[in-house]
Design a protein around this ligand. Sequence first.
Ligand code: GLA
Length: 365
Amino acid sequence: MSSRVFRAPGRVNLIGEFTDYNDGFVMPAAVDFATRVAVTKRPDRMLGMHSANVGQHREFPLDDPAAHPAEDWSDYVRGVAVILERLGHRLQGADLEIEGDVPMGAGLSSSASIEVATALALIANSGLSLGLKEIAELCQRAENEFAGSRCGIMDQFISCFGKTGHALLLDCRSLDYRQIPMPTGVRLVICNTMVRHQHSSGEYNNRRADCEAGARHFARSLRDVTLADLSSHGDGLTETVYRRCRHVITENARVERAAQALEQNDLDTLGVLMGESHRSLRDDFEVSCPELDLMVDLALASPGIRGARMTGGGFGGCAIALVEQDRVDDFVKQVREGYRNSTGTTPELYVTSAANGAEELFPPA
Ligand code: GLA
């Protein structure tokens, strides 16, 4: 039986961390790393899935109202099927062959890329038609309701809407977005600390609960709270929640200024904002770690650097650096050596550019 193949990319976030689930702004870009899902129809109502990366095969009935997570990679796949069915879409049985090159546990949204590629595959396989916004939202639900991480919409959205050579400014409340060309002459260098983060770990959900405590206190989402509100009405907050709120409020303002800076090709301002974002994540939101701080310091002291910060959910994973194209080789060499000398671990550095969002590969004519 013939199969169709869909790909969905991972992402790197330029700025706007932990603002997505606070109705705020983010500015990610899709990257060249992606998950590919080949789908073949089955006559029954079974979902077979094989991960080439993990070397495992799983099979689940689509008719299982008590479906519960297996707590492994298959949850991202099965979660999408479960949510599609809950939304009333009747799926055709399918065999999915899944493989990808998004580094896992590195904060580059390998899970969102699996979800989005799976969604496209299942939707096409069942002869359904859904818009990309709807797909991003249902993949987020799969992660929230099935895979157990209370993530926001950023990763799934950029995996759907990425555009080659562009960053995407997203308003996570309205889901309005603007694609902003990346300046020529700089590359995105992703610097992997090799410290694996646990995406659905308690800390991510704890931070979200802190933000919700802040939003309850102000009786509105943190996107609508100002620094002036925080200093005049923040008394009743615990010191921790106060700092979490301060991060979200200042980060939202930074994203808006960063988008303007990018549009004006003002890399100096963008670099300053990235630095402020990193310090706010380290000190107020407390999601950095010594390896990420070291990586950012090394990046900031290396040739061609225009700005650097941790990116994604934190506690390990990657930093993102904006580096002048003609200094990239020296940059990579210096950061790699510096990190290896300080930690004994050789980091992976990926020189990337903004890539396209999810799509069918070799679509039928
Ligand atoms: C993870 C989540 C996103 C977002 C980031 C932090 O990547 O999946 O929704 O909250 O962390 O900005």
